[in-house]
Design a protein around this ligand. Sequence first.
Ligand code: ADP
Length: 168
Amino acid sequence: MLKLVLGDLTKEAANVEAIVNAANPTLLGGGGVDGAIHRAAGPELKAECQKLHGCAVGEAKLTKAYALPCNYVIHTVGPRFQGGHKREAELLAACYTNTLILAQQTGIKRLAFPSIATGVYRFPVELAAKIAVTTVKNYLAQEPTAFEMIEWVLFDEDTYRAYEKALK
Ligand code: ADP
């Protein structure tokens, strides 16, 4: 089941087994949703992230969630949007696919994503929403029993509307 929520991803952690972090390649914390996740999880999250030696764009890495009420955080690094001819769409799709592969391997059934790459990384939200929804739907078509619920937690109404449009 696919779902959209308007709100704060760290608050939604109570309803899922894992939340996805729109991280940067260092995995050492940043602004936006990344900062909110590190604040809510506490300093142990950064300590575990330091041992992972970063993450390439389009890839995903798993940590525990510490003070967050879910079990895991999956950190994925979106592409910085540079006009659309630097494989940004392909790399954003890879964020979703690699996150879902890792979640499925871990046995996570309920997963919440933010809108990856549409903040500081400036990916156009309508395009990002289309890629996000299409990639997740394609994965679920191949693996129909892998997940119980996948949702996006969108922080503002414009972003929410873009994902709503993409889901229709
Ligand atoms: P990126 O660097 O991948 O663009 P950002 O964190 O800058 O990541 O932005 C991604 C999206 O997450 C944006 O839509 C931003 O408004 C949103 N966001 C910021 N804080 C939160 C939060 N606490 N919960 C959910 N979404 C958030």
